[in-house]
Design a protein. Sequence first.
Length: 348
Amino acid sequence: MTVQLPIVPPVARPAPPSGYAALSALVRERNLLRRRPWFYAGVFAANLLVTALVVAAMVVWRDSWWLLLLAPVLAVVSVQFGFFGHDVGHQQVTRDRRLSRALGLVSGDLLAGLSYAWWVTKHNAHHAHPNDLATDPDVRAGALVFDADQADQRSGAAAWLTRHQAAMFFPMLLGEAVNLHVSSVREMFKPKVKGRAIESVLLTAHLAGYVALLVFTLTWPQVLAFVVLQKALQGVYLGMSFAPGHKGMPVMDVEQAADPFLRQVLTSRNVRGGWFTDAALGGLNYQVEHHLFPSMPRPNLRLAQPIVRQFCADRGVTYTETAALASYAAGLRHLHAVGTGLRSRGRS
């Protein structure tokens, strides 16, 4: 007699977690995504205090050439307000979208003179696909070119600039702050801009307050010198803060780009340093951790770093971290390499 065994239906097994899901679980176990409102309250208050002291000093010692020494201070504070707005835009400060927007408008439009909505839209596109030549606005061909194929399509003055873009990188940063101000104003003239009215008012208020302060406290030659010095240093500071994170890092192939863990880790570079580097770069020195967890508050990035580094080591994934000077050197080498074809064409 044949005994027929009962048919046991296959047990549905859950799919193994992806790299990102497993890492996210580790981070959440340690509560590293918790908000740190008092940290940000302190940062904002400190920047406001320094700004108030600069204004007071300029009013008290008006028409003095010594006031030019305050231009670098105001440049640093302006960038620090930008860092605060960056963190607000990622909802690191609060989960409340309305409060985040209010804080972003104050820190970005009113205090830094940069459109909050424009920055968030642009920056979110970068985070979604870093170093993607088609979708990342930070690596699209413009004044600088980050891909040899893009470079080979250039001619005339644009080709000359691309051939020499490594040497021109830091000089070009002298105008980056003004470029961001202009881009913010241009955004207000585009159709269907959300919140155009309030942003236009705040950007105008920023410009009016800045001009009034300078005109009231300085002579016209001093005004010119102050603006040139402050905006040039502000542009260099901004460029040196954002450039190390991705410039010179690889472009993903289709398979790598489809993996959210690899897409963020392999295109990002950390900068080594201590508390001063953390403060000076606004936490952007932890670019790998920031891209993996954009909503993670800035002070928690340092705590997440050993977890992410070990996770990458266990999976054989390259985790890139260099000193600040090495990161700039790597970026400049990449810019120089991109122009190699144009330089060879120019010699032929």
